[in-house]
Design a binder for this molecule. Structure first.
Ligand code: NAD
Length: 357
């Protein structure tokens, strides 16, 4: 696929400009742009600047509210329930995480559900925020507000979405943080769209057609009657996705994917977050030793393919940040859509093209 290389700084500048033109205060525009570009840098283009046209649509139908501050709706010691008020998830999610980190310093553990966030983006960002503070976290997130995308195990049509999970543990001088951050669907919807645009097939077992038959043809998602994505790990990934609904959607006081709730053409994330201080469990030195020894142990397994050594969660994103430090390849179609969205919001295409040149 044709792509253009854009320096991360230039991409951040372009995204900031578009967000400010769309009504965000400079601080909000900076936080959202940083988050999106970090997703691109980490290799998750499906959650990078290519999301800006979707955000424009949500602004247009009034479901995304710029310049919101997260609200602490229930403060019960180690339990803090937040409402994002459909503000930018990158902002309200960050604020809720910061408040949970601060509370965790005194309580040692914090349960912090945050409901009604517009797209939280890459969930690993919040795991990283917690790990940078020397703490650990678990995040279970559901996605509502738009058409369902993923079929339940043994089902034949989509009933919920790509419900992501993130688990993070702080690192040390010897070992960077371990961060598992993943959708519970076998592949992201964005990856199926790219494959469709390029006339390619998706990985084995990642899709079903409208009759529930396995297929590798991504066209089944883009024509009627529509097919669906599948969960990773069959019943196991499906089970985790159900818990994203129950923890993230239900116990946050937000909503689950069941049909009593409105589907208003937006992206609404509800996140169930647990932040805790691992040093309240074992000594820091013991944890650092055990972590480094375990990572060395698993990585010493001889690689099945010498070109692909054993990694731990978080390694691919770190490697990609080094690889993309000077140039992020943005696919031409995504960039065209970003520029078009920018123009509609009042940023001349020429200015964006000049920044990216
Ligand atoms: P992925 O499959 O690329 O990676 C999943 C995890 O596996 C990562 O933690 C990665 O470090 C790890 N990993 C990858 N290869 C590995 C290897 N060889 N060895 C060990 N670990 C390895 O990610 P994904 O499931 O496509 O998700 C992409 C992004 O989409 C995530 O950041 C997620 O938060 C985001 N997402 C967000 C939403 C939302 O609604 N906000 C919904 C779905 C997904």
């Amino acid at each position: 696929m044709e792509s253009i290389d854009i320096h991360p700084r230039a991409l951040r500048e372009a995204a900031t400009m578009i967000l400010e033109a769309s009504g965000s205060e400079p601080e909000e525009a900076r936080i959202v742009a940083d988050h999106l570009v970090l997703a691109n840098l980490s290799g998750h283009d499906s959650h990078g600047v290519g999301m800006l046209p979707a955000y424009e649509r949500s602004l247009g139908n009034g479901t995304l509210k710029p310049n919101r501050t997260v609200e602490l709706v229930r403060d019960d010691g180690p339990i803090m329930t937040f409402d994002g008020g459909m503000g930018y998830g990158q902002v309200v999610g960050r604020q809720a995480t910061a408040a949970a980190i601060e509370r965790c310093r005194s309580t040692g553990v914090v349960l912090a559900p945050v409901r009604y966030c517009h797209h939280l983006g890459r969930i690993g960002t919040y795991g990283e925020q917690v790990a940078e503070a020397g703490l650990a976290s678990l995040h279970f997130v559901n996605v509502v507000g738009h058409q369902a995308l993923v079929a339940p195990y043994r089902g034949t049509d989509a009933r919920y979405s790509t419900n992501p999970i993130c688990l993070s543990l702080p690192g040390s001088d010897a070992q960077p943080p371990i961060l598992l951050d993943m959708a519970t669907s076998r592949i992201a919807h964005g990856k199926a769209r790219v494959a469709h645009n390029m006339g390619e097939q998706t990985p084995e077992g990642s899709l079903i057609d409208h009759r529930g038959r396995k297929t590798r043809d991504p066209a089944v998602l883009f024509k009627q009657p529509v097919g669906a994505l599948t969960s990773f790990g069959d019943h196991k990934g499906y089970g985790l996705a159900v818990f994203c609904e129950l923890l993230g959607g239900m116990l946050s006081g937000g909503r689950t994917a069941q049909p009593e709730h409105e589907v208003e053409g937006t992206i609404c994330n509800n996140m169930f977050m647990i932040v805790f201080d691992p040093e309240r469990l074992i000594a820091k030195s013991a944890m650092e030793h055990e972590l480094a020894a375990l990572v060395a142990h698993v990585k010493a397994s001889p690689a099945a393919d010498p070109e692909e050594p054993v990694l731990v969660p978080g390694d691919p994103e770190r490697a990609m940040r080094v690889e993309r430090a000077e140039a992020i390849p943005v696919d031409a179609e995504s960039w065209r859509q970003v520029v078009a969205a920018g123009e509609r919001l009042g940023v001349p295409a020429g200015r964006l093209e000049a920044i990216a040149a």
